[in-house]
Design a protein around this ligand. Structure first.
Ligand code: G3P
Length: 214
C-alpha cells in the first residue's frame, strides 16, 4: 500500500519525507489556497522533497484547456500527475493525456460508475472521497463500501487504474482503505501523526523507561 501525503504545506511534506515512508503527494486548489502560494511554485518545491507521484489539479474547463494546462505542469517534472475533475471534459482530457503517457488522477469520485469512466479513459489513479461521502450519508461506512466496490469492479476486468482513498479524516479511514484493497491512501499530516499513536504503546514505553532507570 502506498502512502501519499494530502497537503500543499512544504513543512509538512519536508518533515514527513524524513520518515522514509511517504510515496507521493496530492494537492488540490483548496490546499494550495490555504498556503497562499501559486501552484507552480509549490509543485516545483515538492519535486525536490518527494520522489513519487505529485498531483497538481487543473482548473475545470474544456478538455482542450485542461490538456493545455496539464502540459505546462507535466513539463516541470516526470513525477507530476495531473488531477482532473470527474466531468465529461475531464474524461476526454484524461484519455488525451494517457495517450501522451502523462499520469492522471481523476478526482471527486463518489460512485463505481464514475470510477469505471475514469479507468476506461486510462486514468493512472482514481480518487474516491471517503470523508465527504461519509459526511453526506451520515454514516462511517459509505466511503469504505465505495472503495470495496471499486476494487471488485476494477479487478473483474483487470483495470490497472490505481485507487487512491482520498478525503481521509481519521485513522479508521486508513484502516478501511487498507482492508478494502486501495492501492494508495492520501493522508493529511495530522492523521499521519495519529497513525503512530496508541495509548498502550505510550504506556508500554513509560514502563520500559522506568525499568531502564532501575
Ligand atoms: O485531495 C482531495 C481530498 O483528499 C480532499 O479532502 O478533506 O477536503 O474532503 P477533504
Amino acid at each position: 500500500m502506498l502512502f501519499f501525503i494530502d497537503t500543499a504545506n512544504i513543512e509538512e511534506i519536508r518533515e514527513s519525507s524524513t520518515w522514509g515512508i511517504i510515496d507521493g503527494v496530492t494537492t488540490n486548489p483548496s490546499l494550495i489556497a490555504k498556503e497562499g502560494k501559486n501552484l507552480v511554485d509549490v509543485i516545483k518545491e515538492i519535486t525536490g522533497l518527494i520522489d513519487g507521484p505529485i498531483s497538481a489539479e487543473v482548473q475545470e474547463g474544456s478538455a482542450e484547456q485542461m490538456v493545455e494546462e496539464a502540459f505546462g505542469y507535466a513539463r516541470i517534472h516526470p513525477n507530476i500527475t495531473i488531477k482532473v475533475p470527474m466531468t465529461f471534459e475531464g474524461i476526454k482530457a484524461t484519455k488525451v493525456l494517457s495517450g501522451y503517457n502523462i499520469k492522471t488522477n481523476v478526482t471527486l469520485v463518489f460512485s463505481v460508475a464514475q470510477a469505471l469512466m475514469a479507468a476506461k479513459a486510462g486514468a493512472t489513479f482514481v480518487s474516491p472521497f471517503m470523508g465527504r461521502l461519509d459526511d453526506a450519508t451520515g454514516t462511517d461506512t459509505a466511503g469504505y463500501e465505495l472503495l470495496e466496490d471499486i476494487r471488485v469492479a476494477f479487478d473483474n476486468f483487470g483495470y490497472e487504474t490505481m485507487i487512491i482513498a482520498a478525503s481521509i479524516r481519521h485513522t479508521e479511514h486508513v484502516k478501511q482503505a487498507a482492508l478494502a484493497g486501495s492501492d494508495v491512501a492520501t493522508i493529511p499530516f495530522k492523521v499521519l501523526k495519529q497513525m503512530i499513536e496508541h495509548p498502550l504503546t505510550t504506556k508500554g514505553l513509560q514502563i520500559f523507561r522506568d525499568a531502564a532507570k532501575k
